[in-house]
Structure formats: structure tokens, C-alpha cells
Design a protein around this ligand. Sequence first.
Ligand code: SF4
Length: 693
Amino acid sequence: MRTTCPYCGVGCGISAEAEGRALSVAGDPAHPANLGRLCSKGSALGATVGLEGRLLHPTIGDRPATWAEATGLVARRLREAIARHGPDSVAFYVSGQLLTEDYYAANKLMKGFIGSANIDTNSRLCMASAVVAHKLAFGADLVPGCYEDLDLADLVVLSGHNAAWTHPVLFRRLEAARARGQRHVVIDPRRTDTAEAADLHLPIAPQTDVRLWNGLLADLIRRGAIDLAFLSAHVGGFAETEAELARADQSPAAVAADCGVPLADLERFFRWFAATPRTVSLFSMGANQSAQGVAKGLAILNVHLATGRIGKPGACPFSITGQPNAMGGRETGGMATTLAAHMDFEEAARARVRRFWGAPTIAERPGLRAVEMFEAVREGRIKALWIMATNPAVSLPDAGRVREALAACPFVVVSDVMAATDTSAFAHVRLPALAWGEKDGTVTNSERRISRQRPLLPPPGEARADWRIVADVATAMGFGEAFGWRTPAQVFREWARLTAYDNPDRVLNLGPLAALTPEAYDALEPVQWPVTAAGGAPRLFTDGRFQTPDGRGRMHPVAAEGPAEPVDPGYPLALNTGRVRDHWHTLTRTGLAPELCRHAPEPYVEIHPADAAPLGIAEGALTRIVTRQGEAVATARLSDRQRPGSVFLPMHWTQAFAPAGRANPLVAARTDPRSGQPEFKHTPARVRPYRET
Ligand code: SF4
């Protein structure tokens, strides 16, 4: 059976065989994303599908309940909150682990039938800044390139992207291309495994990305290395962007000094970029997770628009997503900031979607984004919260405050695979969901490729598909007619019809997939949207036409700013949080595989020896990491891979695995004002030996 990996946004195809609940997995050689490769996490999936710790029956409080009781109670509490306090008093917090069919159902219920846009996804934490940058520059949230561009490029720039750990199969693809002569430049404050292997590493000072990319654009203009014909025919905003550049000293010496990198290395990067038309610029969490995340994305897109390096083989800016179906959420409207199918909240779009859904109402304006949503819960403005397939008590910034919010919320529903997560401890109702290997539906990876997740194992206990749980609650609320699907194929077809409804020119258009027979849905081969009768589209903007009203791409002036909260004498180090190679999010799955726990078996903090020495911190010493939000304990790893003045703390640890090592209670809940994405990469911190208070 062929299916798709449930971890990162690479979206690797898997060939799997089940015997009872035992599962053997291998890379699918026919899947274009991975061509048979798998990383350590994908290879270990067979160790994660046991039933130990699974939530197998609905519960109300601590007692088992029937599905009818549980969904009836959820429906009643939602209806009561809406009747007493209005539709904005309820909220759904969903996940990039959901399938597209699940996302579609949840979004339809919230925006069309409850009438609020208070549905947001944990993907807000990983790529919301790129979404806003795409919309501003291209007119819609469109990823222009494809993985084949990584094979075809002569230069690949990785900005805030430790692909070797976070997207390992893409990294292997890049390594293969490098063996054929491709060059790699890594822009990252840390000397990660990706940086270690690169031709050039620019270890920039934290939050100086915009300064660097603006400096590159200024250098390209000075050299005459921009594409004047492409600009003139297809792009606006160049003059305004150039004027913004003139407000700062853009000499390489000044840029190198501000970014804290050697001048010779910066100049080499600028020369390589200017001389290499086939350039792909990958950017990921290191760019997005910033109070300046949108500006960082725009600075990268500006360079590609100015050089015409977009829509061509081996040339594009490329935002890489973290989760297996972050893209599906962006498409269906699983974000509080879009309505559905890349439509916003203008009157015409609202009328169109309402008509399509046959909905009694429709959300009027964007809803609460993740951090705002939990703050509204804490302040008592949200009376009923439904969390699907995610663990915000661990993963949101200032997680201690999130726990306070959950504890104070009058009604919390958690639908999840596992019985006991840090978040489900606060649930009034728990609803058992199907896990990977049991679920049936579709996901979209970073290159817009839709792939099937297919069921390999029988549904355990009373677990149900997430889309069906949503439909059951919707039916109990009195909306059964609009949620009467019997199969995921029916949900998918409705979703696909919406993409072209009343506007066939939308780029996000699934075209003929709206008419898939059940058999064709089962057999669906991976395909990149937009889909036409001729098939999928590997690249967008090949004719230089963008999705803006005038069809022109748009450069945006962006100014380099520092972090939202700079370090100070009390908190002199910049705390950076992120992933380790073999773990995924809050360990609910990878924590079950012993082979995945060996790589990083306990919480650690990486610190430069020059910072550790004056503090009396030795290799392996227990260490306190303290911020204004909280404190963690971890063993010290002294490494000159870490930039002096900053420390790195993995984000995965939970109450169950290592309560003192949890990272996100330390992170300030500061966000990019335009994207709502938290600044996970920079919180002022101090570090002390454990024995000192
Ligand atoms: Fe799964 Fe990502 Fe690894 Fe591929 S690279 S096997 S999608 S975790």
C-alpha cells in the first residue's frame, strides 16, 4: 500500500505493509518528493503505531462516554456559548497534522455555520510569515517552485533552514546536486549540520536577515545584475524599494559589520548570487519565526523578483513548510486570516462561499490568530475551545500562560490520538481520533503536491476520522444537511469543487479532481495544484503573470529592525528554540521509538564556550536557562557551532518526558504584527549553573 509520511513538509511517499498492527515501511520509489528515500523518522514509523497510550473511547471528565453523549455535549456547549456570548466566543485550534478533508470540515463548520473566523492552526507557528509575504508579493499565498528546482539550481541559499535535521530527504537531494557541482550558502546564526556541509556559511547575528538580503539587493543593483526587462514587464514597487535601500549604508563593509560576518565571505556570497541565474533561496523557521518574519520573507522575494529568478527551472524563492499538511490548512482556510480556498473576507468572496456551502451565516472578518486566541481564552472572552490534533500546552510560546488559559476556560474539547497529553489534561471532553496509518485522505506538501494518506491498519477502539467527528458535532448542532458526507472522497470532491466555484481563474484550482470517482480518489497519484485536464503544474508564474489585480508581482520596501525584545544586562543571551533531528513536535509519536530517542535523549542547551567559561559552566553540567517568562533545566553542550551571545534549546520536551526541560514556557509571546507568528528565535535569557539560583 502506498501512503505519505506524517512528519515534515517534504511529504515523502511510503510503501507500507501491515500484518496485524505490525507495519513495515520503505520509501516509495515512485513518489516524486523522495524517489524512495526516507529519513530516520520516516523509517521508524513502524515503531509508533502501537495502541499503548491511545485514546480509544470518548470521555466526559474522567468517565467513558458514548459518541452520542460526547458529541451531544460538545454541540450543546457550543450552541449555548454562541447564544449567550455570540459566535466569536467559541474557537477551534487545529493542526498541520490534520488531513485536508479534516481541515475543510472544521473550517466549514466554524466560518459558515458558527459564523466566526476563530479557527487557527498550529501552522501559524511555522510559516504564517511566508503566507503574508507571498500574498503581498504575488497576490496570493503561492509557492512558485518545486523540488525539481533543487536539482536544477546551480546555487542554493538556505536562510534559517537547517535542512539536514528538519527536512532530511530534501537535504539528501541537495547533497546529490552538490556532488554534481551545485553550490550551497547557509545563512544561519548557528553552524548547523547544514551549514557545516555548505560551501559558505554566513553566521549572521540574530535578526539581521533583512539587513543581509537588502544589502544583497543593493549590491545586485550596483552591479547591474537585476533583470530590467522582467521588472518593467512584470513587477511593481522597485523604485520604492530602491528608495528604502538608500536610507541605510548598503556598502558591503557596513552590511558585513551589522550582520557580524566576515566581509570577504559576504562579498563572495554577493558575487556568487550575481553570477548565478539558476538560484533557489530556501527559507524556513529561522526566517519565519520572528517579529520581522514577513519583512524577512519579503526581502528574499524582492531579490528574486528584481532578478527575474522566479517561474523558471532552477530559479525561485522557496518557503519550506514544517508540517505534513501545513499547506492543506493554508488552502482550505484553516487559518483565521483567510476565508477559504485562498479567498479573503471581501463581500464578494463571503457571498460566494456562503452560497456554495448553503450556509446560514458567514464569518465577517478575520478571527483570532493562535497567540491571540489563547490570550482571549485566558481573558475569558472564549467560552468554548476545541483543540484538534495538537498540543498547545507545550508548543505555544509562553506556555505557562497557555496552561493558565486552559485551566480557566469553561469548556475545553480535545480530539486527539493519545489519551494523555499536556493539553488533554485540561479537557472536559476527549474525542478519540484516528492516527496516521488508520486515516484516509490527502495532504499537500511544500511544493503544492497533493498526496494520499491511506489506511493501513484497522480503526482501533471507537476512534473516528477527524472530519467525521466534526460532521457529527455539526449534525448534533442541527447542521446535518451540509455535513452529510459518508466518505473522505465526498469531502474531497466538495473541497475541490469550491476551489473553482464561480471563479475558474483562481490559481488554487483542483479542476478535474472535483469529479473523482471513489475508485479514482483511492488511486490518486501525487499531483501539484493547479490541476488541469493535462495534469499538475510544477511551477507558477512561468509567463510572468502574478495573482495581483494588475497581474504584476510587487516588491515591498522593508527596513532592517532588531528583535522585538533586545537582550539587556539582566538577560544578556539570545535564546533560540528549535527542532532536533530525530524528534517531532511534542514527542507523542517519535517518543515511542527507542531508536529516535538516542540522538537527543535528554534536554540540553547549546552554548558557546566563551559564554560558558565566565559563568562556570562545564560540558555536561546541569544548567538553568532563565527568561522573564520562565525557567528550564538542561545539560550544557559547549560548542563553537553556537554563535557567542546566543543559546539553543530544543523545543520538544513535555511534562511526561522532561517537565523541567520544556522550552516554550521560556519564550516570549511576541509576534510579527502582520503574520501573528511568534518570535521563537529570540528571547532574552540568562544562563546559570544549576546550583545557583
Ligand atoms: Fe518523513 Fe520528512 Fe523524513 Fe520525508 S524527510 S521521511 S516526510 S520526516
